[in-house]
Write a new protein. Structure first.
Length: 188
């Protein structure tokens, strides 16, 4: 992936005479390749170049948001997702990503609103199901969380979202299997 990303960057440089949107497309592909290679910071820089060349390119904001989130810059990721949703307000996948950012920022009600809207637009959107499971677990609705994660695993077996849901289910089961704490006897 890193080699492909490097080649795509060089190709974009060689396309200086091309329309900016064409250059941005190639840079967007390079940003994705850098993400796949595990170079989030480089992906964010390249996605920023793509945004400058084509400010209407929704995917470049999403790519940059994913890179920002991987670097722990959740507020910056949220800003990019807000911009992407201004350009494409009916994208369930972007709503699910923003819900994740909001949850990580402690904005549970806003995150739930985004995830519910995403699921109205696309009832089987995997990241939205994953995120709603996390939100339900945090709210104490373990049965609801379990239902969302199991549904996701059934719908998209082997996908990264399903793998994360399986890990979350395992952690939930471990938590549920814990013995209840017993009250400490009072000494008199």
């Amino acid at each position: 992936f890193a080699e492909a990303a490097d080649r795509l960057e060089r190709l974009a440089e060689a396309m200086a005479a091309e329309p900016p949107q064409r250059q941005a497309e190639v840079l967007g592909q390079a940003a994705n390749a850098w993400l796949a290679a595990g170079y989030a910071e480089r992906a964010a820089r390249i996605a920023t170049l793509a945004v400058r060349l084509d400010p209407g390119g929704v995917e470049y904001y999403v790519d940059r948001a994913i890179a920002q989130a991987q670097m722990g810059r959740v507020r910056e990721a949220r800003r990019d997702l807000d911009l992407a949703l201004e350009l494409a307000p009916e994208r369930a996948d972007i709503l699910a990503l923003r819900a994740s950012a909001k949850r990580r920022m402690g904005e549970g009600p806003g995150a739930l609103a985004d995830v519910e809207r995403a699921l109205r637009l696309m009832p089987d959107q995997p990241e939205a199901l994953l995120e709603r499971g996390h939100l339900r677990r945090e709210a104490g609705d373990r049965l609801g969380a379990r239902a969302d994660w199991r549904r996701l695993i059934r719908l998209m077996p082997g996908s990264p979202a399903a793998e994360e849901a399986a890990r979350a289910l395992e952690a939930l089961d471990l938590w549920l299997d814990r013995p209840e704490p017993q009250p400490t006897p009072q000494r008199r």
